[in-house]
Design a protein around this ligand. Structure first.
Ligand code: NDP
Length: 283
C-alpha cells in the first residue's frame, strides 16, 4: 500500500479534547454549559443510531443535550412550535432536526424555521448563502470535516485542482465552496458529467460524495492525490465507501478509510458549530 491513511478517528479525538476545554471555559464564563437541542421524529433505526451518537458525543465534550423524541405522526405545526420555543430560549445554543423527517413533513420548511444563529447543521438558506458569500458562518459539518482532514495531511489546498464528485446541498456543494474559499481550483462532477474519470484523474484533491459503493477506482485517481471518501454505503451490514479502497491505495498519496475517516469528523464539526454558536450568542 502506497497511500498514507488519514486517521479521522484520531483527528476527531484530538479536536474533541480541545472542544471539551472550550466548552468548560464557556461554562465557567456563562454559568451554564453550551446546549444543543436534538429532535428526532419517528423511529427510523439509522436516525436513532445517529442521534444516540450525537448525544454521546455531546456528553463526551461537556455540551448539554436536550433530547426531543417525537412520534412519527407529529404535525409540522407541533414541530414548528417546538422550534420557535427553542429559538427563543436563551439557554439553547444549537438546534438540530435529524433528517429524514417522516413522510408528509416538509424538511425545507422545518429546517428554515431554525434561527440561522442556532442552525448548527449549517443547512439553512441563510447559512448556505453566507458560505457562498465567503462570510463567517455555521458550515455544513461533513463539508468542514473534509477540509480538516485535508489540512491534516499538510498538503496545502491553495492552487491545487480539487475535484468534488457529488453536488448535494449537504456535502458536495458546501465542500466545493470551502475548497474554493481555500483558493483551490474546483471542478464539481455529478450524474450528468460526461467522462468522469477524465476529471478525477486531474485531481490533486479528490472528494467523493456519491453514495455508490466503490464507485471510484484506483485507475481514476491521479498518483499522489489526497482522496477523501465521504460515502457510507451499507451492504449486508458492512460499510463501504464511494472509493474502492484497495486499488485507490495504490495510486493516492493520502486516503481516508471507511469507516474511520469522514464519519467521526462530521459529529465533531457539529460539536464545534455548537460551541461557536454558544460563544457568538453569549457575547
Ligand atoms: P446525494 O444522493 O444527495 O447526492 C449524491 C450525488 O452524487 C449527487 O449530486 C449525484 O448527482 C451524484 N452522483 C450520482 N451518481 C453519479 C455518477 N454516476 N457520477 C457522478 N456523480 C454521481 O448524497 P449525499 O451527498 O447526501 O451523500 C453522499 C454519500 O455520502 C452517501 O453515501 C452518504 O451516505 C454519505 N454521507 C456521509 C456522511 C458522513 O458523515 N460520512 C454525511 C453525509 C453523507 P446528481 O446531483 O446529478 O443527481
Amino acid at each position: 500500500m502506497k497511500a498514507k491513511l488519514i486517521d479521522g478517528k484520531a483527528i476527531a479525538a484530538t479536536m474533541r479534547r480541545s472542544l471539551r476545554t472550550g466548552a468548560a471555559a464557556f461554562a465557567k464564563r456563562a454559568g451554564r454549559p453550551p446546549a444543543l437541542a436534538v429532535m428526532l421524529a419517528g423511529e427510523d433505526p439509522a436516525s436513532q443510531i445517529y442521534v444516540r451518537n450525537k448525544i454521546a458525543a455531546c456528553a463526551e465534550t461537556g455540551i448539554k443535550s436536550l433530547e426531543y423524541f417525537l412520534p412519527k405522526n407529529v404535525s409540522e405545526r407541533e414541530l414548528a412550535d417546538l422550534i420557535d420555543a427553542l429559538n427563543e430560549d436563551g439557554t439553547v445554543d444549537g438546534i438540530l432536526v435529524q433528517l429524514p423527517l417522516p413522510k408528509g413533513l416538509d424538511s425545507h420548511r422545518v429546517l428554515g424555521r431554525i434561527k440561522p444563529e442556532k442552525d448548527v447543521d449549517g443547512f439553512s438558506a441563510v447559512n448556505a448563502g453566507n458560505l457562498f458569500l465567503g462570510n463567517e458562518t455555521l458550515t455544513a459539518c461533513t463539508a468542514s470535516g473534509c477540509i480538516e482532514l485535508i489540512r491534516s495531511t499538510g498538503v496545502s489546498i491553495e492552487g491545487k485542482h480539487a475535484v468534488v464528485v457529488g453536488r448535494s446541498n449537504i456535502v458536495g456543494k458546501p465542500v466545493a465552496m470551502l475548497l474554493l474559499g481555500n483558493n483551490a481550483t474546483v471542478t464539481v462532477c455529478h450524474s450528468k458529467t460526461r467522462g468522469l474519470a477524465k476529471f478525477t484523474r486531474q485531481a490533486d484533491i479528490l472528494v467523493c460524495a456519491v453514495g455508490k459503493r466503490e464507485f471510484v477506482t484506483g485507475d481514476m485517481i491521479k498518483p499522489g492525490a489526497v482522496v477523501i471518501d465521504v460515502g457510507m454505503n451499507r451492504v449486508d451490514g458492512k460499510l463501504y465507501g464511494d472509493v474502492e479502497f484497495s486499488s485507490a491505495c495504490e495510486a493516492a498519496g493520502f486516503i481516508t478509510p471507511v469507516p474511520g475517516g469522514v464519519g467521526p469528523m462530521t459529529i465533531t464539526m457539529l460539536l464545534y458549530n455548537c460551541l461557536q454558536a454558544a460563544r457568538r450568542n453569549n457575547i
